[in-house]
Design a protein around this ligand. Structure first.
Ligand SMILES: C[S@@+](CC[C@H](N)C(=O)[O-])C[C@H]1O[C@@H](n2cnc3c(N)ncnc32)[C@H](O)[C@@H]1O
Length: 356
C-alpha cells in the first residue's frame, strides 16, 4: 500500500502523479469558474440584450435564455470544460484511493468501535432509491462505494479549488450557526453531514455540546467517524434518513444543514422539515446554508448555469429546489424564519428557522 500521509487534515493521494494531475485540474477548474464563467455570463447577457430581452425578468422562460446563450461562442466551450474537468477529477481520485482499498476498509473497520465519539449503523437500514444517484458525477455516489468517504474528501478538495483543504469553509459556517435566544447549545445535529467536516467544526465552536452528524450514506459516515477518531474529536455519527430520524422529540437545541436540501427530491423536503421541527425543543434553531430558491432574484446566467449543472453534473433535484418556495415550506412546517448571517460564499442563502 502507498500511504503518503496527510497534508494537515487532508489525506494525500496514493501517488505523486495523481496529486500533480489533480492539482492541474484544481487550477483548471478555478479558471473555468472564476475567469471563464463571468466571461460566459457577460457574453450570454449581451446576446440577450441584442435579442431585446430584459435581464431582470424572473418570469422569462429558461428556453428563451438558453436560445440567446446558445449564440455566444464561449458557451459550448465552457460547458465542455465544466463536464470534463469534473469527470476527470472524480475518475482519477477514485483510481488513486482504490489502490489502497484493502487498507482503507481495514482502517474503517478497526476504528468502528473506537472513540471518543460513537458510530451508529443500523444493519437493517435500507437506502431509498432517490439517495443512490451519483451526485456531482462521483462514482457510486454517497452510498454505493465503500471508499466514497475518502474519495469525496479529496474530490471536494478539487471541487472547492483548494479553498477548503483544512476545512476552512466548514469552520466559517460553523461559526455562523445561530444559537437559540437563550444561548443553550447542549445538543447539536449536523444534518446531511457527509464526511463530518461541519460536525467537527461545530464541536470546535461549541465544545461543551453533544454533537451528532447524520447522513443516509453508510460509507461517508463511517469515514466521518474514522476521521474524527484520528483527530481525537468527540462527535457522534449515525446513518439515518433526515425525514425519519431516530432521535427523541424535542431533544436538540440546534440543527445545522449545509447544502442538503438541493440534493433531495422536492416532495421529501416537507417531511424533513417536519422531522427537524419534531426533534428541536421549543425555541430551538435551525441554521440553513443552501442554494438560492424562488424567493430570490437570479440573473439569467445563474439560471442557465444551474440548469446546466442539474443535467450535466448529476444534480437531479437542484432545479426543483431552486424554483420552489423554500421559505414558504419552512413557514408551512411551523417555523418562524429570518435571514441568517451571510458567509463568504455569496451564492448561498442563509436562513435561521426557529421552532416557536
Ligand atoms: C452536498 S452533501 C452535504 C455536504 C455536507 N453538509 C458538508 O458539510 O460538506 C449532501 C448530503 O446529504 C445526504 N443526504 C441526502 N439525502 C438525505 C436524507 N434524506 N437523509 C440524510 N442524508 C441525506 C447525502 O448523502 C450527502 O452526504
Amino acid at each position: 500500500m502507498t500511504d503518503r500521509g496527510n497534508l494537515g487534515v487532508l489525506p494525500r493521494t496514493t501517488t505523486l502523479a495523481d496529486e500533480s494531475y489533480l492539482d492541474f485540474l484544481e487550477s483548471f477548474r478555478d479558471v473555468v469558474l472564476t475567469k471563464m464563467f463571468p466571461a460566459m455570463a457577460a457574453a450570454g447577457h449581451a446576446r440577450m440584450q441584442q435579442d431585446g430581452l430584459p435581464l431582470d425578468d424572473d418570469s422569462l422562460p429558461l428556453e428563451t435564455i438558453q436560445a440567446s446563450f446558445a449564440k455566444a461562442a464561449i458557451v459550448p466551450t465552457w460547458q465542455r470544460f465544466m463536464r470534463s474537468q469534473q469527470e476527470m477529477s472524480w475518475r482519477r481520485t477514485r483510481q488513486s484511493f482504490a489502490r489502497t482499498m484493502d487498507a482503507q476498509l481495514k482502517l474503517l473497520e478497526e476504528t468502528e468501535k473506537a472513540g471518543p465519539g460513537k458510530l451508529v449503523i443500523d444493519p437493517a437500514f435500507a437506502v431509498p432509491a432517490y439517495a443512490r444517484r451519483e451526485i456531482h458525477l462521483q462514482p457510486g455516489g454517497y452510498t454505493d462505494d465503500p471508499i466514497s468517504g475518502i474519495v469525496y474528501h479529496y474530490g471536494t478538495k478539487v471541487f472547492y479549488q483548494g479553498g477548503n483543504d483544512q476545512d476552512e469553509m466548514h469552520a466559517e459556517l460553523a461559526g455562523l450557526a445561530t444559537p437559540p435566544a437563550d444561548g443553550k447549545m447542549d445538543r447539536i445535529l449536523d444534518l446531511g453531514c457527509t464526511i463530518g467536516q461541519g460536525t467537527i467544526q461545530l464541536k470546535q465552536h461549541f465544545p461543551d455540546a453533544e454533537v451528532w452528524g447524520l447522513d443516509v450514506g453508510e460509507p461517508v459516515v463511517r469515514y466521518a467517524h474514522a476521521r474524527a477518531v484520528k483527530l481525537g474529536v468527540d462527535v457522534n455519527f449515525r446513518q439515518a434518513l433526515a425525514e425519519d430520524m431516530p432521535f427523541e422529540d424535542g431533544s436538540f437545541d440546534h440543527v445545522f444543514a449545509y447544502i442538503l436540501f438541493h440534493e433531495v427530491p422536492i416532495e421529501v423536503i416537507p417531511r424533513i422539515l417536519a422531522d427537524v421541527r419534531r426533534i428541536l425543543r421549543p425555541g430551538g434553531t435551525f441554521s440553513i446554508f443552501e442554494f438560492p430558491s424562488a424567493s430570490q432574484h437570479l440573473p439569467p446566467a445563474y439560471r442557465f448555469m444551474i440548469d446546466y449543472d442539474s443535467h450535466n453534473n448529476c444534480e437531479p433535484y437542484s432545479l426543483g429546489f431552486v424554483y420552489a418556495d423554500f421559505h414558504g415550506m419552512l413557514k408551512d412546517a411551523g417555523f418562524a424564519i429570518s435571514e441568517g448571517p451571510r458567509s463568504r460564499n455569496d451564492f448561498l442563502q442563509s436562513i435561521v428557522a426557529t421552532k416557536p
